[in-house]
Ligand binder design. Sequence first.
Ligand SMILES: C[C@H](O)[C@H](O)[C@H]1CNC2=NC(N)=NC(=O)C2=N1
Length: 108
Amino acid sequence: MNLLELHCEAQHGAHPLSQQTVSELLGHLPQWHVEGIELVKTFMFGDYYKTMAFVNALAWVAHAEDHHPDMSVHYNRAVVRFSTHDAGGLTLNDFICAAKAEALLPRA
Ligand SMILES: C[C@H](O)[C@H](O)[C@H]1CNC2=NC(N)=NC(=O)C2=N1
């Protein structure tokens, strides 16, 4: 499955994913982990400008996908948390947007 090729779909009344499916999808996103009902990663940057550039790019992705992370923004890092409010837990939407957040990073 290529998460980057997928798009978020409305999840009103949907059930959250099973633990097993969450574990399988985490295999696509090795730098992310689950905290409660959230998919979380701390992105590190060299300075505030780079942090804000990423935050704004991710806001644009969130707008395009109509799926919105909680973010805490600091000088050199942004903590990104995805969860699907409409389902009360994790859905494929969270993994799609996490993959799209990863894809924003410059190549190493
Ligand atoms: C109507 C609209 O599609 C929904 O309210 C979307 C908007 N963004 C969302 N973002 C997140 N993180 N979870 C949702 O359930 C959600 N629902």
